[in-house]
Design a protein around this ligand. Structure first.
Ligand code: SAJ
Length: 400
């Protein structure tokens, strides 16, 4: 039996996936409300295919509880909070969960850590609390919010273990559902690959953002340039945008900068470029306001507040970063609206009704590529539009 510890964005789908593929699973979370919701037959967040998966897992006998179970295999998928100022990840929840497991597990049990950690964390913080023969494994998650169920099934995975036999045993559990390739390696390599993957993407996005600034400076079309460059068989540039949000790409690369400040120069600069992108877009907004005689920031509205399209997750979102920057300039806050946050206030000047939002603004800034926006182009006609993603078909649209 597998005891999955932490039933959040990663732990829940992983537990459901294993249970619906014939593995005996008990899910444990210390949040009583969350466990009660699951036991009442409801999922706790929205993802394509998650409800169906939940029903399959319940039929297969998955159980949810606040208690740690006595068994031979554990998967720990608790959050690893990140401190914005020190740029360090805090492994306290991982360590606390491992300690709780140690209170109940037999000698020889395997503890798999799925939570993202900075390279070296397991040796530095987890190993020291282990006082008995226990097999430690790091199997970092790789799924993308918005497409989690599909990616759990199809992505390749990495499993880091101290010895091959343990790695292969854990691989079998993941192979129950994962159709991708599963690589077994050591723990340090597994920790590093996860962070490097997200760093690769962060640096590539920073490159695209820098190109956008260069092109803006001399009035060139960055999208056309990237499109043509990407026709080269060995070039694959990502897209510029209003900044980078979420809990992974905007966070993980800082671990490397924090640990290797003298060596991680490209990464450091890239992160600074992405972090300053919301301010770059803010200046672009002021420029376009001036050009169109709009004097009041209250007549400008951000369309989209989440960190990416079609999810309700707003952690580190570029729109919020922009509102913070604006606050520092002591400007009157921009209006904002997000179809995914119609019942959830996260900003001062947030409007919860799309019609009202359109009534109250003369200029709309497209901050996220939600499908909602793509179905409402007609409603935007007549507004001044700044499109941060080059998706708007309306003539006269401004770009970053
Ligand atoms: N973004 C751009 N330009 C692009 C692509 C993305 O500006 O061309 C922005 C997005 O708008 C968003 C941010 O970057 O604000 C990050 O979005 P994302 O969709 O690229 O990634 P995440 O953070 O949702 O998920 C990533 C994924 N990692 C990689 O693609 C290497 C996912 O596979 C990981 O599981 C996840 O991080 C994680 O947990 O680490």
């Amino acid at each position: 039996m597998i005891n999955v510890i932490g039933l959040g964005y990663i732990g829940l789908p992983t537990a459901l996936m294993m249970a619906s593929h014939g593995v005996e699973v008990v899910g444990t979370d210390y949040n009583k409300e969350l466990v009660a919701t699951l036991n009442a037959g409801k999922t706790t967040f929205k993802e394509d295919g998650l409800d169906e998966l939940f029903n399959d897992a319940v039929k297969a006998g998955i159980r949810f509880t606040t208690e740690y179970q006595k068994t031979d295999t554990y998967i720990v998928s608790v959050p690893t909070p990140y401190d914005k100022f020190s740029k360090k990840v805090d492994a306290c929840y991982v360590v606390a969960a491992v300690k709780e497991v140690l209170n109940v597990c037999p000698d020889g049990a395997t503890i798999v850590i799925e939570s993202t950690v900075s390279p070296g964390t397991i040796d530095k913080y987890v190993r020291p609390v282990i006082d008995r023969p226990i097999n430690l494994v790091h199997a970092p998650e790789r799924i993308i919010p918005g497409n989690m169920v599909y990616e759990l099934l199809h992505n390749n995975r990495t499993i880091g273990a101290d010895d091959k036999a343990t790695g292969e045993k854990v691989k079998e559990y993941y192979a129950s559902f994962c159709q991708g390739e599963i690589v077994v390696t050591d723990i340090r390599t597994a920790e590093m690959t996860k962070v490097v993957e997200n760093t690769f993407r962060a640096v590539n996005i920073a490159f695209a953002n820098e190109l956008a600034r260069i092109c803006r400076h001399d009035n060139m079309d960055v999208y056309e340039i990237i499109r043509i460059c990407n026709m080269h068989p060995r070039v694959n540039i990502l897209q510029p945008g209003p900044g980078v949000g979420g809990h992974c790409i905007s966070v993980d690369p800082w671990f490397l900068v924090g640990d290797y400040p003298q060596l991680a120069k490209v990464i450091d600069e890239s992160m600074k470029t992405n972090d300053s992108q919301p301010t770059f877009v803010l200046n672009r907004i002021y420029e376009i306001m001036k050009e169109n005689g709009i004097t009041d920031t209250c007549r400008v509205g951000l369309y989209g507040l989440t960190y990416k399209e079609n999810v309700d997750d707003f952690r580190e979102s570029p729109a919020l970063q922009m509102l913070e920057a604006q606050e520092r300039h002591l400007a009157r806050p921009l209006k904002c609206y997000d179809p995914f946050l119609e019942n959830h206030r996260i900003a001062e000047n947030q409007i919860f009704d799309f019609d009202q939002f359109l009534d109250e603004v003369d200029m709309v800034v497209i901050m996220v590529k939600h499908d909602h926006i793509k179905h409402n182009w007609d409603r935007l006609k007549g507004k001044v539009i700044l499109d941060c993603f080059n998706i708007c078909p309306i003539e006269g649209t401004y770009h970053i």
